[in-house]
Design a protein around this ligand. Structure first.
Ligand SMILES: [Fe+2]
Ligand SMILES: [Fe+2]
Length: 212
């Protein structure tokens, strides 16, 4: 396969994903296109963040881009399902085969390893796993609260612990030269969780007032 551009900047890598990798996902993915874990919602952002995190480490973002693009392709819905990581491997291998001229055997194996372990990995064995896991877990951190032990790379720790994730979304919009968008519904989800917290503490206060 001839790649029609040579990525250099973060925007180039993302365009490379959109033009060369994203169209192939439809051929093998059982993952929904939209929704909480969709290709054009969740995966879209994980690819952006993964490439960003790899560049900040001064590492080659290409293997990370593939790991991020392919990590959830065997999902069928949003339910809790650890098996989707393992089930993604044959599908991912089919896609990677098309880029075999551009990835070494070591990179190929590292991409599959990062995908296989992304649901339960604790200690990343290389930067590819580290960047995929960090990029995947950033949303959860923004909406449910930051826990340092789930993150590996220093820059991702800074991003995931942002008190206002809108700052990062604005940065992403700037890099991609696109309007500000929130495809993972981070801001809505975060507000919902904040509302839930306020609501539950209000309920607790009410119960106390009623002597219960
Ligand atoms: Fe996943
Ligand atoms: Fe994911």
């Amino acid at each position: 396969m001839i790649l029609n551009l040579n990525p250099e900047t973060q925007q180039d890598y993302f365009l490379f994903y959109e033009q060369n990798v994203r169209p192939l996902l439809n051929t093998v993915a059982s993952q929904p296109i939209t929704g909480y874990h969709g290709i054009d919602t969740h995966t879209y952002n994980v690819v952006f963040r993964g490439v960003d995190y790899a560049l900040k480490l001064r590492q080659n973002p290409l293997p990370v881009l593939f790991a991020c693009a392919l990590h959830d392709i065997a999902r069928t819905d949003d339910t809790y399902d650890k098996n989707h990581a393992y089930a993604a491997l044959p599908k991912a291998a089919l896609i990677l085969k098309q880029f075999s001229d551009h990835l070494s055997q070591e990179q190929h194996s590292a991409i599959l390893r990062a995908i296989q372990t992304h649901t339960e990995g604790r200690h990343a064995s290389d930067y590819i796993s580290a960047c995929l896991w960090d990029a995947d877990r950033t949303r959860l951190s923004w909406t449910r609260g930051y826990r340092e032990r789930f993150f590996t790379t220093p820059y991702a720790k800074r991003v995931a612990s942002l008190s206002n994730p809108g700052v990062y979304l604005r940065y992403q919009a700037l890099i991609l030269k696109r309007p500000l968008e929130d495809r993972e519904n981070i801001l809505a989800d975060r507000n919902k969780n904040l509302q839930d917290e306020v609501l539950s503490s209000l309920k607790k206060m009410l119960r106390l007032n009623q002597g219960r």
